[in-house]
Design a protein. Structure first.
Length: 195
């Protein structure tokens, strides 16, 4: 088996970064990462996790996911858009989250854009879906930035979104199934729904 794929105790080959079967990260890999969605809450969650990941590792952000979910009201953009400076002050003190005032404010600002912008975030995601004929052979073949991610980030910035560079947007695209970057040999690499 390729080094970029591991065989879990459950007998399923998965991307090596997902780790052991039954772990939270493996469950996320199996059920969320790369699964196409147009659900506004799921899209806003992925966008928010990307905002917080800027300058940090994914494992740290993933470890704070539940704290961020609670802090940002289940990632419901309408509820987050209604948050105030008082909420920002409270969240900067909350150790269950990432206590970055700038990222907290950007998340609230992004929610306000998400509830008012046209085209909507789900509509924009449809415009930038990447279709591939084959899965990447290895993690080394998976890009961190693509022309589509650059164009998508540019459109998001025009709408007023913050902390949406091409690298974080490519990670967002992977997360919400706009591109399938499960590597060859992973049980999620082929055959799962594409938009």
């Amino acid at each position: 088996m390729d080094n970029d794929v591991v065989l879990g105790d459950d007998g399923k080959p998965r991307c090596a970064w997902a780790g052991a079967a039954g772990s939270e990260l493996a469950d996320y890999h199996d059920e969320v990462w790369g699964t196409p969605t147009e659900d506004p809450t799921a899209l806003f969650e992925a966008l928010t996790l990307g905002v917080f990941e800027v300058g940090m590792s994914w494992r740290i952000i993933f470890g704070k996911r539940e704290g961020l979910r609670k802090a940002f009201k289940g990632f419901d953009p309408t509820h987050v858009a209604a948050m105030t400076d008082r909420d920002v002050d409270r969240l900067v003190q909350d150790t269950s989250t990432i206590r970055s005032r700038g990222k907290i404010r950007a998340t609230i600002d992004n929610a306000r854009v998400a509830v008012s912008a046209s085209p909507t975030l789900p509509e924009l995601t449809r415009m930038y879906v990447v279709r591939r004929n084959r899965p990447p052979r290895s993690e080394a073949e998976v890009p961190t930035v693509t022309p589509q991610a650059e164009a998508f980030a540019k459109d998001l910035k025009k709408q007023g979104y913050r902390f949406v560079g091409p690298t974080s947007i490519y990670a967002f695209m992977q997360n919400v199934g706009m591109v399938n970057d499960h590597v060859r040999g992973c049980f999620r690499a082929a055959g799962h729904p594409q938009r």
